[in-house]
Design a protein around this ligand. Structure first.
Ligand code: PLP
Length: 393
């Protein structure tokens, strides 16, 4: 069958392939410890599950829902943004619930980008940014995030790319940004967000700030509050923010996220999205609203578990002779590999085939990750201890 041209250069997602290889090894009895994927293994809060159960037993909740999401969920999102990020969002006009933030990335690309336009994406960064840009017909251009620059963009480099992208392309239209950054775990600063907003306004580009990790560790690690780029003055003129309950509320499989920004942006993206899906199951939306109302205790409890696992992952990385910063946020630890390995793939394959432990090669997030690996915190302390034992042997 002839495939559409838009799939040129788009491969199967790395993890989708790798999980097949891991399955195969498990069938051979290898009992792989998977420290690859960032899918929380802990449960949502019991009240969230109870809300889903009770609501789904009601007779009048099974119909299609409004394309803009339930007003109850939009109100909960607005209150959540106010409480934690000190951002005012009008629940009727400035919030669009999503089926996970991943779909938001695609919708934004389909709404604003097309052939002839360029979009800046981070290297290293979440691979979906460049795939979605390519699927829209636009051209992704990578900007580098380097350890020596605290994984912040080099604004001189960004400007040079913009100036050089005038022809044959018609210019840079968008910039993907994500802090706390995946995969490097770098936290944002207010100054960085201010510089980004000023840069986007000056150069007339749209920033897409992808923010699914702000509740994992920073506040409980360093006292910093979770940050939203929309808290910066003037941000609504040039920023769309994506957020998600996948990581913060252990609800990755529930598929609940949100897009926040100016009314015009929400309306524009809705023009595309309302042609793609018919909304989310109401009980899921009501349970998500419940999750967003959870207090400090919930996040403290979740982060206490991740904090302990992190210490174990540091030990594992020490045994592997990797180096890393201890001031990282998010569901992973990003670490530089031992020089004895040719690159991250060599290191990851060595660990998989000799110790039956899977850690993600950093190169899948871009060439800047070639000398790094990423280790997930989404498995039990016992399993990480077992991984340490296997490697130490
Ligand atoms: C940086 C980043 N953005 C977005 C997502 C997708 O999140 P969601 O489950 O909300 O679609 C992920 C998931 O791993 C991620 O790492």
């Amino acid at each position: 069958m002839q495939l559409a041209k838009r799939l040129d250069g788009i491969g199967e997602y790395y993890f989708s392939q790798k999980l097949r290889e891991i399955d195969e090894l498990n069938k051979q009895g290898k009992n792989i410890i998977n420290l690859g994927i960032g899918s929380p293994d802990l449960s949502p809060h019991p009240e969230v599950i109870k809300t889903l159960q009770e609501e789904s037993a009601k007779p009048n909740v099974h119909a299609y829902q409004p394309y803009k999401g339930s007003p109850v969920l939009r109100k909960a999102i607005s209150e959540w943004y106010k409480k934690w990020y000190e951002v005012d969002l009008n629940p009727d006009t400035e919030i669009l619930p999503l089926i996970g933030s991943k779909e938001g990335i695609m919708h934004i690309c389909m709404t604003y980008f097309q052939e002839g336009l360029a979009v800046l994406v981070p290297n290293p960064g979440y691979p979906t940014y460049s795939s979605a840009v390519k699927l829209s017909g636009a051209t992704p251009i990578y900007y580098n995030l380097k350890e020596e620059n605290n994984y912040e963009p080099d604004f001189g480099e960004l400007k040079k790319i913009i100036d050089a992208t005038k022809s044959p392309l018609q210019g840079v239209r968008g910039l993907f940004v994500n802090y706390p950054q995946m995969p490097t775990g770098q936290l944002p600063t207010k100054e960085l967000f201010e510089k980004l907003v000023a840069f986007a306004r000056k150069n007339n580009i749209l920033i897409i700030h992808d923010n699914p990790y702000s509740f994992i560790l920073p506040r409980w690690l360093s006292g910093d509050n979770p940050m939203s780029m929309l808290s910066i003055d003037g941000a609504k003129d040039c920023v769309i923010e994506l957020n998600s309950l996948s990581k913060s509320h252990n609800m990755a499989g529930w598929r609940v996220g949100m897009l926040c920004g100016a009314k015009e942006r929400v309306d524009e993206v809705l023009r595309f999205k309302s042609n793609m899906d018919s909304g989310m199951f109401l009980p899921v939306q009501l349970a998500a609203a419940k999750a967003l109302s959870l207090g400090e205790d919930w996040h403290e409890q979740v982060n206490r578990v991740y904090g302990k696992r992190r210490q174990k992952v540091f030990q594992l990385l020490d045994v592997l002779n990797c180096t890393y910063s201890k001031k990282q946020a998010g569901l992973f630890v990003w670490a530089k590999i031992d020089q004895k390995f040719k690159d991250c793939y060599d290191c990851s394959d060595h660990v998989l085939h000799n110790f039956y432990v899977f850690i993600t090669p950093g190169g899948i997030f871009g060439s800047e990750g070639d000398k790094y690996v990423r280790v997930s915190l989404c498995t039990t302390e016992e399993k990480i201890e077992e991984a340490i034992k296997r490697v130490a042997k």
